[in-house]
Ligand binder design. Structure first.
Ligand code: SAM
Length: 238
């Protein structure tokens, strides 16, 4: 698939195509691929966010809205949670899912690399399994920094570098089981081959921490989850 070698424009198009194709099966695939673990990873991220009543929260690349749903309960009527994503098809799924649960939040199609929000607006910004898909990660991180208030916190939940002794097993899973599931459930083996490849080329824990520091975050740190299959990075805006 070699998407490392494709150009920036092609990567953006590929990502749009992948999420258009998988949107309707996205939630089911998450459960199947992770054996339900994605729910625990997300719950951990929510617990670390420390969201309180009245907070303004931005869910970047929020897709079908799992995190928005949790935060919308925490912020109460006086707070705000924005569900945003570059992909309209994913957002439609998200908005419908939330509406079915009686949750109404502002939903906006926008690129994380050019956020349409004022400076110093949000108490929390979160991006879950989204940063990996962004073409200019540094730009996206600095945008997330810009829209955060001073003292606000960024949380990045993303696939990461797995503990070395498990690497071979993990590769076998990623490059055979994932495309198989993608083919039979999401009807798109290619999309899930893309997923495996995008995980492989994503910055490891220490590199992402450094990128966050370079984007202006302080107290940047990370938690490994499930032996580093996933990591939660956090950082504060001064
Ligand atoms: N946050 C959700 C979750 O954890 O289930 C959805 C994650 S989904 C794997 C990745 C999402 O990133 C997709 O919905 C995709 O459209 C979105 N995305 C990719 N590039 C983006 C960008 N530049 N700006 C905003 N969203 C983007």
């Amino acid at each position: 698939f070699g998407f490392q070698k494709i150009g920036e424009h092609e990567k953006t198009e590929k990502v749009a195509e992948v999420f258009d194709r998988v949107a309707t099966r996205y939630d089911l695939m998450n459960d199947l691929m992770s054996g339900g673990l994605h729910r625990l990873w997300k719950a951990f991220a929510v617990s670390q966010a420390g969201v309180r009543k009245g907070f303004r929260v931005l869910d970047v690349a929020g897709g079908t809205g799992d995190l928005t749903r949790s935060f919308s309960k925490q912020v109460g009527a006086e707070g705000e949670v924005w569900l945003t994503d570059i992909n309209e098809t994913m957002l439609q799924q998200g908005r419908d899912r939330l509406l079915n649960k009686g949750i109404v939040v502002p939903v906006m199609v926008c690129d994380a690399e050019d956020l349409p929000f004022p400076d110093d607006y949000f108490d929390r910004v979160i991006v879950s399994f989204g940063l990996r898909n962004m073409t200019h990660k540094e730009k996206a991180l600095s945008e997330m920094n810009r829209v955060l208030k001073s003292g606000g916190k960024l949380l990045v939940l993303e696939f990461s570098k797995v503990w070395k002794p498990l690497q071979n097993l993990y590769d076998m899973y990623s490059f055979s089981v994932l495309p198989w599931l993608g083919k039979h459930v999401a009807k798109s083996a290619d999309s899930y081959r893309y997923l495996a490849e995008s995980i492989r080329v994503h910055p490891d824990q220490a590199t992402l921490q450094k990128m966050m520091e370079e984007a202006g975050f302080v107290c940047a740190r990370f938690f490994n989850l499930t032996a580093g299959v996933v990591a939660l990075h956090t950082g504060m805006k001064l």
